[in-house]
Design a protein around this ligand. Structure first.
Ligand SMILES: [Zn+2]
Length: 289
């Protein structure tokens, strides 16, 4: 009824234990939940690769069959340790979106820092910190004499350069997720463009890729037509997280967040239902100014 035959589920982490840097932000999808998500998806949709998705998007048409492509944001190590072995066994392609500042555990996303400190010092207020006052997190850590580099060293939250290379060799695809995960609609358009293009260029060169894809950190809400027209010739696809929705920018695809307390069937059925409901009010497409 919706005519929407492409679903793009999106995750951050699959693990039976939610690590401290994520614990106060959202719950990890358990391995069992993830496996049953895959079972549902494989029963109703055909997995396609990123290259197939790019080609499909160029035609501007819906595929004949129902298809899905899996994506994972933030470049967390659990993609390598937990997810990739499961997907390899089932021959399911996936794309991982990486923050270039965090490869090899060089630094930690400020929301992850807030979660770590909240766990250690019950400093819940830090979870309210946003991009405008994020220096508060480092200031708090300094006062408490807390060393994030020690945490990074011990926990190794992110994928390393070598793990990414190995994933590419195994057929997985890699995209950029900005340099350091800022909230885009608070940045100037010049900053949005540099965060996007510099992170894409970095991974394309480092990993010798013949495709260029990008997923927005947090949300693409409020991103202008002007921004997209300035990056259009330099990307194949970009990705948002608004669920099953069309976008007035044809190469910006919306994905379905899967880290909810529901089964894949419930989440995806719900998305189709909302799509139909929103269509009644002409709200099934994101329109950009
Ligand atoms: Zn992210």
């Amino acid at each position: 009824m919706t005519g929407q035959k492409v679903v793009l589920p999106f995750y951050h982490i699959v693990s039976d234990e939610t690590p401290n840097h994520i614990y106060h932000l959202y719950e990890a999808r358990s391995i069992e939940e993830f496996k049953s998500d895959l079972e549902f998806l494989l029963k109703n949709y055909q997995p396609i690769s990123l290259q197939e998705l790019i080609e499909l998007n160029k035609t501007g048409r819906q595929p004949k069959q129902n298809v899905f492509h899996l994506t994972f944001d933030d470049g967390l190590k659990e993609f390598y340790t937990v997810v990739a072995p499961i997907l390899k066994e089932k021959k399911i392609p996936a794309t991982v979106f990486i923050n270039t500042d965090f490869i090899d555990n060089e630094d930690l996303f400020y929301r992850y820092k807030a979660s770590v400190l909240t766990e250690k010092y019950a400093a819940k207020g830090l979870l309210e910190v946003n991009s405008e006052n994020l220096n508060l997190i480092d200031e708090f850590a300094e006062i408490m004499n807390y060393d994030f580099y020690e945490y990074l060293n011990e926990e190794q939250p992110y994928l390393t350069f070598h793990q990414i290379q190995e994933l590419i060799k195994d057929g997985f695809t890699i995209g950029a997720h900005s340099k350091n995960h800022p909230l885009y609609n608070r940045l100037s358009i010049d900053e949005q463009i540099s965060q996007t293009l510099e992170s894409i260029d970095f991974i394309v060169q480092k990993f010798n890729l013949n495709y260029k894809v990008f997923s927005f950190p947090f949300t693409d809400d409020g991103i202008s037509k002007d921004f997209f027209s300035k990056i259009e010739s330099k990307v194949d696809l970009t990705f948002g997280t608004a669920g099953l929705k069309k976008d007035s920018i044809p190469f910006n695809l919306q994905r379905i967040p899967m880290e909810k307390n529901q089964t894949a069937k419930e989440i995806i059925k719900g998305q189709y239902f909302y799509y139909l409901l929103k269509r009644c009010f002409g709200q099934n497409e994101i329109k950009r100014k």
